[in-house]
Design a protein around this ligand. Sequence first.
Ligand code: F0G
Length: 356
Amino acid sequence: MQNTAGWRGVIDRYRDQLPVSDATPVVTLLEGNTPLVRVPDFVKAIAGEFDLYLKYEGVNPTCSFKDRGMTLAVSKAKERGAQVVVCASTGNTSAAAAAYAARAGMQCVVLIPEGNIALGKLAQSLMYGAQTLQIQGNFDQALDIVRGLGETKGVEVVNSINPVRIEGQKTAAFEVCDALGDAPDFHFLPVGNAGNITAYWKGYQQYEEAAKSDTLPRMMGFQAAGAAPIVGGDPVTNPETVASAIRIGNPASWQGAKAAVQFSGGKIDKVTDEQIVSAYKQLASSEGVFVEPASAAALAGIIKVSAAGGIDEGSIVVATMTGHGLKDPDSAVTYANSEAKVVPVDLEAVKTAMGL
Ligand code: F0G
């Protein structure tokens, strides 16, 4: 779906719904226009009686949904004359910031939690040429530092505390409505810093207000059990989860997430690492869709809600697969059910290995 003829990125496509003008220099890598993949075998395997579509954000230019917000954040930073963009990140925001800054000819500095971002994401920020600083602490502590850096002249913070990030990310909700002809009944997604659930809800509301859709979905956010501050009602000082992208203890858009679930009649709940890993493997092997562990939290959420009878028969359900599985090769190799066996260069040996 990427680079469909005539596709010029989310700012071009949804310009009338975004805070841009003719004076805004558009920095784009042709993000957006991602596939909505129907996964009936996955639904059957969990004994569901609904229609599930995955918004596969892993095929964006830096392989996560962050590109939608970053095209806008970097374009606006450039318009405002900033020289440097900075962010704290669990890996995907930093990859996107680094890429779009490179595209814009701007400097980029990223603060990541030491030893706690997936290998592919680290490779991205290094390759795109961002100054990459590993903070000896967690994401929440890195974000506190970034808030301080934002006071400096010429420096633009491109975390989702910058409202234009949310504006860009809401375009995914527009695409879902455009593809389905209306909003779904439920929208599931993983929750970390809570910017994306806030953004989708904003997008769905705006489309309904503009009469481009008739209904609103119930917003269903899922945190990892070891990093579930919104579920517990208090910040978590030492968040832990296999899904490093959502290893966040004090989400910046906490209130946005609360509002989204309250007004939509949805909920924020948690899933264990075991449930996340199980959904992660099941999706790849049953549907050929490889996502990173954080994305699988949304699927684990669907399994949980469906098992409790919370998804009515015939419902249209969408889940955002926020990042590509190749972002985190270590998790894949660790959790895959098989390993790459070594065999001699010999036909018979290969046949034996194949069980022939
Ligand atoms: N899924 C992935 C793959 C992510 O990278 C993130 C967030 C989320 C889900 C959660 O989205 O924060 O809007 O609630 N990653 C941020 C980052 C924190 O720095 O890349 P959220």
